[in-house]
Design a protein around this ligand. Structure first.
Ligand code: G1P
Length: 305
């Protein structure tokens, strides 16, 4: 049962460590989007005019993240180029007084030295991808953002989670969303405890359970704040659902040892790893853009929606 009670702010004994680093796993092959993703990483597919991965980076920047660690694979080098200056292009825009375009390129560029790349080398699962970033993270808490999950919220999902992280006194904080029972087996699922406002105590997490075994209809969304102790669990490289090293399985091991909460994030969520979800994101973002919305609305009407 939801209550109107609020988590008391700043009551924890110690102030939680700041979350300064984010891991973005982007090594997936994008087979669901072939042939588009044969030579172009799926994270670079645009939602209107911005690559999917840039939405995640901007969300992380808004939440105060200072360092970005991309876990990549072969053929993903254009992601590196995207988060770097493009001198010729910038000079051309400057020369032609295209200030708006130039500003939009520059404002979302992370600072020099704040972006790192490491390769996953083998597609062994999300847990393995996160583990590959361990030397960049060291012993501080960190965020993980899965760019396929595009979340449009004000404030953004990670910023909402950061607030919860401080309110509950640190530990692990993941994003949650209620889904219909028929979809729940596609995701990591949460066994909820006490619910206060939009903060849910997490009593368990299970990756891709059968419908009958799912502890709830609350699925894990691809946003996490995790303590560095997760690496000791990931180090074991135990295989879980689908024969992959699952992040969810290592998170389960933290429960009881670290405060563990989920936040029912406010916002619209789109699964950009799925064709229909990706098209949905394009339509929704387009309709929210004053420069595009009128023409797009007319087109949608003309095709009979
Ligand atoms: C991953 C996680 C899963 C989570 C999902 C969110 O699954 O393993 O727990 O619910 O992301 O998008 P994947 O999409 O890699 O199958």
């Amino acid at each position: 049962m939801k209550t109107r009670e609020k988590y008391p702010r700043n009551t924890p004994m110690t102030k939680p460590l700041p979350v300064r680093k984010a891991v973005l796993p982007v090594a997936g092959m994008g087979t669901r989007f072939l042939p588009a993703t044969k030579a172009v990483p799926k994270e670079m597919l645009p939602v209107v005019d911005k690559p999917v991965v840039q939405y995640a980076v901007e969300e992380a920047m808004e939440a105060g993240i200072e360092q970005f660690i991309f876990v990549t694979g072969r053929g993903k080098h254009v992601i590196e180029d995207h988060f770097d200056h493009a001198y010729e292009l910038e000079a051309l825009l400057r020369e032609r007084d295209k200030t708006k375009e130039l500003d939009s390129l520059l404002e979302s560029l992370p600072k020099s030295g704040s972006v790192s790349f490491t390769r996953q080398q083998k597609p062994l699962g999300l847990g393995h991808a996160v583990w590959c970033a361990r030397h960049f993270i060291g012993d501080e808490p960190f965020a993980v953002l899965l760019p396929d999950d595009l979340i449009l919220g004000k404030p953004g999902a990670l910023k909402q989670m950061m607030k919860a992280y401080h309110d509950v006194g640190g530990g692990a904080v993941i994003a949650a969303e209620e889904r219909p029972e028929s979809e729940i087996s596609r995701y990591g699922v949460i066994a909820p405890g006490k619910i206060v406002g939009n903060i849910i105590e997490v009593k368990g997490v299970v990756e891709k359970p059968k419908i009958k075994e799912a502890p709830s209809r609350l699925r894990i969304v691809g946003r996490y704040i995790l303590p560095s102790e997760i690496f000791a669990e990931l180090d074991r490289k135990e295989k879980g659902a689908g024969g992959e090293i699952q992040l969810t399985d290592s998170m389960q091991k933290l429960i009881g040892r670290h405060p563990f909460h989920a936040v029912n994030v406010k916002g619209s969520w789109y699964d950009c790893g799925d064709k229909v979800g990706f098209l949905h994101a394009n339509i929704a973002v387009g309709l929210a853009r004053p420069d595009i919305a009128p023409a797009l609305r007319a087109i949608l009407k003309s095709v009979g929606t």
